[in-house]
Design a protein around this ligand. Structure first.
Ligand SMILES: NCC(=O)N[C@@H](Cc1c[nH]cn1)C(=O)O
Ligand SMILES: [Zn+2]
Ligand SMILES: [Zn+2]
Length: 520
């Protein structure tokens, strides 16, 4: 019932950017996958204890990876991003992966301080090339969001802390996405050490720019679709989270993300506010007024024309939200506050998954330190992003945003200048959650966690997802490892040890069930 409901929803999506996958409801394929469970049990009886046994080694690899501050958004840290790529490549090599390549993507496009800055490499590797087996491409990203003690971390963000009391691994990238990325390596190691044949050929595509819009990756996929990626049957991404803290989920949708900066420029250099205050137009004063006109305190986007692009909610779609296991309390718990804009589960989920949102992230060039610096900043750039959903069109959206900022600035009658630009955009994605991959992952979840997973969409973005689906003509499965309260992008980011270890088992079991499927 739910299967056909979602299938119909997927089929009725009008967006030209959302692919209409081949929709299969409860099929012979999923029946065959369920039927494979008893014959796979002896494999899991060997594999899972090996994963448990290797826990200290798995944590050690994660520790070394987290120690490298691979912040893609900080140009000065680019050498560290490259160092982490090399670390991962060395791990792949020691596990017996072959054809390991660090694919260069050229220079980073503007806006960028150093126009010669090289994009970080994409780590490609393969494990097995048996034509009788299916080939699964696993994608992950080794770059991370910025983090510093000053933001409020209890411990050093780039030191992995194994918290014995909470049984959690704390550190930047633990859940997003270094933990899950290394999980794939651990799956291979556990198979090798347990003497189990990996049931599929595995390809890795690990990038270092995901947190900065996956620049350059789409072109690489296009180039390699008939090269390195030829013969890929399925793509699996572990780079999102359970909805809450208790129930595993499989994810069939993502919002997109259009990231903008609006810059206001005035004097040639920063000025003394005692000398120039009151007699010169201040860029920061103009900027805060522009930013204040983007969104209101109830989360309503104030840019005209956006609401009209959003696909309407149908009565059938409403039924989906009722069945999901989630509550406002869980949102409060994850946010660490009682500041939610909505009370009802349905409203919370719809505004996270299927409506756009606008967030104001920060201001480059403004005084942000401690103390009381009396400065008039000469040029300030406000950063904001809009999470996009079906049927929004990225180019049309950018025109609305730029026109809106220009009009808002014009009203200020300021002698300063304004410039609004798109920094990067990543497409939204909605898929069929009843294909062979999802069936395999459902069976794997039942084996590892003993429950049927909820089917969710994600409020965040993984910009390259749609490109994989379209360019490789495959289905994509999102198989999250961490929980909704992991604090990705926030302070004290963590991954529960149980999620790490069960997540590795889940990845392994999914590969076995998928291999047993008569369909791709
Ligand atoms: N785990 C996925 C994730 O965090 N994705 C980022 C992607 C992004 C887009 N623009 C900047 N980063 C997200 O913020 O959703
Ligand atoms: Zn991520
Ligand atoms: Zn992220």
């Amino acid at each position: 019932m739910l299967a056909s409901l979602i299938s119909k929803l997927v089929l009725s999506a009008k967006s030209p950017r959302v692919p209409v996958s081949t929709v299969s409801t409860m099929s012979t394929a999923s029946a065959a996958i369920s039927a494979a469970a008893p014959s796979l049990q002896p494999v899991f009886d060997k594999l899972f204890p090996k994963v448990d046994e290797l826990q200290p080694q798995f944590i050690d690899v994660l520790k070394h990876a987290v120690e490298i501050p691979a912040v893609s958004g900080d140009e000065t840290l680019r050498p560290q991003v490259v160092k982490k790529a090399r670390y991962i490549a060395s791990q792949l090599e020691s596990l017996g992966f072959t054809d390991i390549q660090l694919k260069e993507l050229g220079t980073q496009p503007p806006p960028v301080v150093d126009p010669t800055l090289q994009l970080p490499p994409v780590v490609l590797a393969r494990y097995g090339s048996d034509p009788a087996k299916k080939t699964v491409l696993v994608y992950g990203h080794y770059d991370v969001q910025p983090a510093s003690r000053d933001d409020g971390w209890d411990t050093e963000p780039f030191e992995l802390v194994v918290d014995e009391q909470t049984q959690q691994l704390r550190g930047r990238g633990s859940t997003d996405d270094t933990g899950p990325l290394t999980g794939w390596l651990h799956v291979v190691r556990a198979h090798r050490e347990a003497g189990i044949d990996l049931p599929v050929n595995l390809l890795t595509c690990f990038e270092g720019m995901e947190e900065s819009g996956s620049l350059g990756l789409e072109q690489l996929i296009e180039r390699e679709a008939t090269g390195y990626f030829a013969g890929v049957d399925a793509v699996c991404i572990s780079d999102n989270y359970w909805l809450g803290t208790r129930k595993p989920v499989l994810t069939y949708g993502l919002r997109g993300c259009n990231y903008y900066q609006v810059s206001v420029s005035g004097p040639k250099a920063d000025l003394h506010s005692g000398v120039f205050g009151g007699i010169i137009a201040e860029p920061m004063v103009d900027l805060v007024q522009i930013l204040a006109g983007l969104v209101d305190s109830q989360g309503r986007i104030l840019i005209k024309g956006i609401d009209e692009m959003v696909a309407p909610v149908t009565e059938k779609e409403r039924a989906i939200y009722e069945k999901i296991d989630f509550s406002r309390d869980e949102l409060d718990e994850a946010a660490g506050s009682h500041t939610a804009l909505y009370d009802r589960k349905e409203d919370i989920l719809m505004h996270r998954w299927r409506y756009p949102s606008l967030s104001v992230h920060g201001v480059e060039g403004a005084f942000a330190g401690m103390g009381a610096k009396t400065v008039i900043p000469a040029r300030v750039s406000g950063k904001f992003s809009i999470r996009t959903v079906p049927d929004m069109d990225s180019e049309k959206l950018t025109k609305l945003v730029v026109d809106h900022c220009n009009a808002a600035f014009a009203k200020l009658n300021s002698p300063n200048t304004v410039h609004t630009e798109l920094i990067h955009d990543g497409a939204y994605w909605v898929s069929d959650p009843y294909n062979a991959q999802f069936s395999a992952a459902t069976e794997a979840t039942k084996v590892v966690y003993g429950v049927e997973p909820d089917l969710t969409r994600e409020g965040g973005s993984i910009p390259i997802t749609l490109a994989f689906e379209q360019l490789l003509k495959t289905s994509v499965l999102l198989l999250p490892m961490g929980r909704g309260d992991d604090g990705a992008h926030s302070v004290n980011e963590k991954l529960d040890i149980s999620n790490f270890i069960n997540g590795i088992k889940l990845m392994g079991a999914y590969l076995h069930f998928y291999a047993a499927s008569p369909e791709n």
